[in-house]
Write a protein that binds this ligand. Structure first.
Ligand SMILES: *[C@@H]1O[C@H](CO)[C@@H](O)[C@H](O)[C@H]1NC(C)=O
Ligand SMILES: [Cu+2]
Length: 198
């Protein structure tokens, strides 16, 4: 017969095992694993996105940010931009208030002296793209999202890129917003975090 003390020890060991090795990943961990986003940080945090690292790409291209956080775009080589769109119309400005960095970040080496910042005001998804028409950056996958709805299989960044690619195949040339600045308190500022994101 198994003594009650032995049983208690066994149960404790089992509990310890299940709370460590066998614990299911949290939602945050799953999203981080599957999407490689920048991480959930305290409100007021700054999330750096490197523009053009690894080609026609934003890195990371999938960010989860809280209200009050800043998303800060650092520009590496070539001639890129950041422009706000919506899911339904990839490679197009969301409207006259679309945030837009402009094209004044051309960089040969390292990163530009200025960054482009926006401040998150609510938790709805924010879609953006590079409006460079020379080589159709958006149609070729240069797009990103902040606060994608991870419960949806439809409104994903992969789907946005697929729609953008199809536009390119149909000969569509993307458009840029008319004005630099725009919604979410968008602004160009001297780079306050030269090492962030690198
Ligand atoms: C950067 O790209 C924009 C948009 O295509 C263009 O108007 C601008 O002249 C380019 N700048 C340089 C320095 O090539
Ligand atoms: Cu670009």
């Amino acid at each position: 017969m198994i003594g009650s003390k032995t049983f208690t020890l066994f149960a404790a060991a089992l509990a310890a095992l299940s709370s460590t090795a066998l614990a299911a990943p949290t939602r945050t961990e799953k999203v981080a694993r599957d999407y490689g986003y920048s991480g959930v940080a305290p409100a007021g945090a700054t999330h750096s996105v490197v523009v053009g690292r690894g080609g026609l790409r934003f890195d990371p291209e999938n960010v989860v940010a809280e209200i009050g956080d800043i998303v800060e775009f650092h520009f590496t080589a070539r001639n890129h931009s950041v422009a706000q769109s919506n899911f339904a119309n990839p490679c197009n400005p969301i409207g006259p208030d679309a945030f837009f960095s402009g094209f004044d970040f051309v960089t040969q080496y390292g990163q530009n002296d200025n960054v482009f910042q926006i401040t998150i005001q609510d938790k709805s998804p924010i879609w953006y793209y590079c409006a460079q028409t020379n080589m159709n950056h958006c149609q070729n996958g240069m797009a990103g999202v902040i606060n994608q709805n991870f419960d949806s299989n439809e409104f994903t960044l992969a789907k946005y890129k697929e729609n953008a690619w199809n536009l390119g195949r149909a000969g569509y040339v993307s458009t840029a917003p008319a004005y630099v600045g725009g919604s979410l308190n968008a602004r160009v500022v001297p780079n306050p975090n030269p090492l962030s994101g690198f």
